[in-house]
Design a protein around this ligand. Structure first.
Ligand SMILES: O=C(O)C(=O)C[C@]1(C(=O)O)C=C[C@@H](O)C=C1
Length: 281
């Protein structure tokens, strides 16, 4: 019996079209034999996992040049999704055009806003080029290819140029060569722990009090927790109150659980969005 034919393909939700960075992560993480559900927005991605249409989602959460994709923390929270892993992808951006043009022919470059942010310094040299936000890096390459669009460039990966048969007229145009995006892997059910986690993503809401955040950070450091990220986002039904989205390395799992209990008991609410393995070398 052929076990490969017996297995149902995993349905993976991403924002973007084939050739996007999300697509690359989906393939590198789950393999090539997947059903890709491509959406225009992160909100739709989350909905498809929440409803069970997709098995898992891949979602960019922060980039080493452009910073956090803040709305995504809130999307994970509102759609009750769990983070079960993370993935760091090196990102090379390239100026991609319909073949046979030079940079002086290009009047407009469209791309994902995070990609544009990562290439601001390069485009400062070309004030004649208008930068326009679009849904996804590869989507613009697809449109250029389908419509044989001249005068318009995409910022996308070499894979996207290849996939859509376009030409790269400037390579590695991101502000620094060493550029990474951190993606998280999401699912609907609370993951079963297969090993002791070394990293966690948390939403912590504390009452507004003098020194509240300092108290929280001290407690975390006393429990061998090494914060890798902290973001505050507004609690929308309580104006001017904030929740903190925190990623932390776990030094000792028992101490981590103890810290979560102590925060809950003495000054806040804790939602564990995910416990997983730290993938950063
Ligand atoms: O547009 C794409 O190709 C994406 O996969 C999106 C995205 C992002 O959301 O940050 C992914 C990685 C890069 O940092 C730029 C864009």
């Amino acid at each position: 019996m052929n076990h490969v034919l017996d297995t149902k393909k995993l349905n993976i939700a991403i924002q973007g079209v084939p050739g996007s960075f999300h697509h690359q992560v989906a393939q590198q993480y789950f393999g090539e034999n997947i059903d890709l559900g491509g959406f225009h927005t992160f909100e739709e991605v989350a909905k498809s996992v929440e409803s069970g249409t997709a098995d898992y989602a891949v979602m960019a959460i922060e980039n080493s040049i452009a910073g956090a994709i803040l709305p995504n923390y809130d999307i994970i929270d509102r759609h009750h999704l769990f983070v079960f892993d993370e993935y760091y992808l090196p990102i090379s951006h390239n100026l991609i055009v319909w073949p046979g043009q030079s940079i002086s022919d290009i009047k407009e470059v469209r791309s994902h806003p995070m990609a544009i942010l990562q290439c601001k310094v390069f485009f400062a040299q070309y004030p004649h080029i208008r930068l326009i936000d679009d849904v996804d890096t590869a989507y613009v390459a697809q449109v250029i290819a389908e419509q044989h669009l001249r005068g318009v460039g995409a910022i996308a990966s070499p894979k996207a140029a290849d996939y859509y048969g376009l030409e790269i007229i400037a390579s590695d145009i991101q502000t620094v060569k060493n550029n990474f995006t951190r993606f998280i892997l999401l699912q609907r059910e609370k993951p079963q722990l297969k090993e002791i986690p070394t990293k966690a993503s948390l939403k912590i809401t504390i009452q507004n009090q003098k020194g509240g955040l300092a108290k929280l950070l001290t407690l975390m450091s006393e429990h061998d927790l090494d914060l890798t990220k902290i973001q505050s986002i507004p609690v929308i039904n309580k104006p001017w109150e904030y929740a903190f989205f925190i990623d932390t390395l776990i030094g000792n799992y028992d101490l981590f659980l103890l810290a979560m209990d102590q925060i809950r008991e003495s000054f806040g609410e804790v939602k564990i969005l995910g416990e997983y393995r730290n993938r950063k070398a």
